[in-house]
Design a protein around this ligand. Structure first.
Ligand code: SAH
Length: 205
């Protein structure tokens, strides 16, 4: 299997959003974080299922999963992000990916019993913006990996429990983000995020 370090290096050529939309909380997940999550998922056999990347943005999680051999669908509401994701997929030379433009709150049927991977909006602009992503994961997934802001554990655990699931793993991830929106005063900043693996209590298809 591609090593975590090689995967991170491959994902360095994934381009960021051209004009990030603050309302959609568009941030590129750093290559090391993507590689960490996906490598962990591969070791657990979670990339043997179909992978659905919710809020794929410029495609890094989808592309990384495809590089690791998964059958991948990337979903985003923003057509310009998806256009860039397509270019990124080609630039990386990853296997084909199915790109779907949709709002996660109104998803077309994308098959059941999948692995969801997602770095959703953290809800900094609109509280609870990550909730429809968890709801979609609860609908679709056998297992999901979602990235949330620090301090989300209680919320994620109780959400999972209310939907027949349980958090099996939780780990931290540090994001170094360049200054991007005008309301950010520093030139770069560090965000402590938390990654959760949830088992949704559904048997594999
Ligand atoms: N997954 C990418 C992008 C994270 S930013 C990465 O890890 O780099 C969050 C993404 O969610 C953005 O691309 C944004 O366009 C998308 N998004 C926000 N709200 C959405 C919604 N309701 N439905 C689908 N996508 C959404």
């Amino acid at each position: 299997m591609t090593s975590r370090r090689t995967l991170a290096r491959t994902l360095e050529s994934v381009a960021d959003f051209e004009e990030p939309d603050p309302a959609l909380e568009q941030y590129l997940t750093p290559p090391e974080v993507t590689a960490h999550v996906l490598h962990f998922a591969a070791l657990r056999g979670d990339l043997d299922r179909r992978v659905v990347d919710l809020g794929t943005g410029t495609g890094t999680l989808a592309i990384g999963a495809a590089v690791l051999g998964a059958d991948v669908v990337g979903v985003d509401v923003d057509a310009s992000a998806l256009a860039r994701a397509r270019e990124n997929r080609r630039a990386v030379g990853a296997p084909p990916i199915e790109w779907v433009r949709a709002d996660v709150g109104f998803l077309p049927l994308l098959a059941d019993g999948v692995t969801v991977v997602s770095n959703p909006p953290f809800g900094a602009q609109r509280r609870g913006a990550d909730r429809p992503f968890l709801e979609a994961a609860a609908e679709l997934a056998a297992v999901s990996y979602t990235i949330h802001n620090e301090g989300s554990r209680t919320f994620v655990e109780s959400f999972a429990a209310d939907h027949g699931g349980a958090v099996s793993h939780a780990f931290r991830a540090t994001f170094e983000l360049d200054r991007r929106f005008q309301f950010h005063e520093e030139s770069s900043r560090t965000i402590e995020a938390e990654v959760f693996r949830i088992e949704w209590g559904r048997s594999d298809p």
